[in-house]
Design a protein. Structure first.
Length: 398
């Protein structure tokens, strides 16, 4: 098949959540013998240079670099309209023209879109089967944001959530098949009453790259991995360091927390002044930090979809303590493959259980790794995607 693949973040290199899922889809489709043309956006000169690496995984690719001031102006301009501000940010007239040119030049058998933010580029195309992978339902993420922001920002986020949910429903109607990353996201989508077939397929994890090591771990180290210019990561670490770490250190003096991730904000850097916190900033490879830790935590209160950081730690055989919200994105069983918590006491007790009981730690490490191999394997997930594409093609013929 000839496939046009449109996504909101350029999918190479696959180094963060918004890139990993589309990259694996593109690579899979190409390996299956399909001719794939990728259309996407970049956000910097560096990302535009790095984008060239995708040529080994597709037949052709195009991109336009976002002009941030112009994108922000589009977002502001949308405030007085029914259009979501986030879709204004991801709209490029030049990319739209180039996609239209591709549609005129090629005979496509399928249009595949990852993320609703770029669905408007092809929403009105007729005569070609179309599949929309929402991934996460972004409208609900904005709704959660509204609960953590003060007025008037809270009102702005709530308005964006309402407009985006309306757009998600309207866009779904223009596609033949819609998918999500998790069962929970699929349930949300179906609750909107969309009239087209829907399903889900999970994110995977590279279990060869993220695999256990024989090197010893430090029984007093906790790790958190994630980009620290991302508000949900910032919010959860500020809360964890304020409320949970003192409670842990009171019972186990000498316990340390490593916050590992690029572009830490001023507030996150200031956490490094605490005697039990180290803020690393950007690192070339997160794996050594995870391997050295006894426990990996992901205490996110703002979490939709799958947290790849959780999958990666579990694949490396490092036990995870995560929030109940983030746990919903992992196809695993709480208290069997990983631990969950929702309160200061709950996090304290779960972390201390793993720090102080090597046998418990080993059990969770082994079970977590096994679950990643069986339920978050990219090959299995991509085979499921192939079946869903067949369903999309069948639905388009009805």
């Amino acid at each position: 098949m000839n496939i046009l693949y449109v996504c909101h973040r350029f999918p190479y290199p696959p180094t963060r959540g918004g890139k990993i899922r589309p990259f694996n889809m593109i690579r899979h489709l190409s390996r299956q013998g399909h001719n794939v043309i990728v259309a996407s956006l970049t956000r910097s000169d560096e990302e535009s240079r790095e984008a060239q690496g995708i040529r080994d995984y597709c037949d052709e690719f195009i991109f336009e670099q976002v002009n941030k001031p112009v994108a922000v102006l589009r977002m502001v301009g949308s405030l007085s309209t029914t259009s979501p501000a986030s879709m204004g940010y991801f709209y490029s007239p030049r990319l739209k023209s180039r996609i239209d040119a591709l549609l005129a030049e090629h005979r496509f058998d399928l249009i595949f879109v990852h993320c609703s933010s770029v669905a408007p580029y092809v929403a009105d195309v007729l005569g070609i089967p179309k599949m929309l992978d929402f991934g996460d339902m972004d409208s609900q993420k904005w709704l959660i944001y509204s609960k953590f922001r003060r007025f008037p920002m809270s009102m702005g986020y709530r308005l964006e959530s309402t407009k985006l949910q309306q757009a998600e429903v309207a866009l779904a109607k223009k596609f033949d098949f819609c998918t999500c990353t998790t069962k929970a996201e699929l349930n949300t989508l179906n609750s909107f009453g969309v009239p087209v077939p829907t399903d889900w397929f999970p994110n995977g994890v590279d279990t060869e790259y993220f695999r256990p090591t024989e090197k010893p771990y430090d029984p007093d180290v906790i790790s958190f991995i994630g980009r620290m210019d991302y508000y949900p990561n910032q919010q959860c670490m500020l809360s964890f360091c304020k409320d949970v770490m003192p409670a842990i250190c009171k019972q186990r003096p000498g316990t340390k927390l490593w916050i590992v991730g690029a572009n830490p904000s001023r507030a996150i850097r200031d956490l490094g002044r605490l005697p039990y916190v180290t803020v690393t900033g950007s690192v070339d490879d997160v794996r050594p930090y995870v391997y050295r830790s006894a426990v990996n935590v992901a205490p996110l209160t703002i979490a939709r979809g799958t947290q790849n950081k959780v999958l990666e730690a579990m694949a490396m055989g490092v036990p995870v303590v995560t929030s109940e919200q983030a746990a919903g994105g992992v196809d695993a069983v709480p208290n069997e493959h990983f631990l969950t918590a929702s309160t200061r006491e709950g996090y304290r007790d779960a972390v201390l259980r793993l720090l102080e009981n090597p046998k418990d730690r080993e059990q969770f490490a082994r079970r977590g790794r096994a679950r990643m191999l069986s339920h978050h394997n990219w090959e299995n997930s991509m085979n499921q995607l192939s079946l869903l594409i067949e369903k999309c093609l069948a639905a388009s013929r009805c």
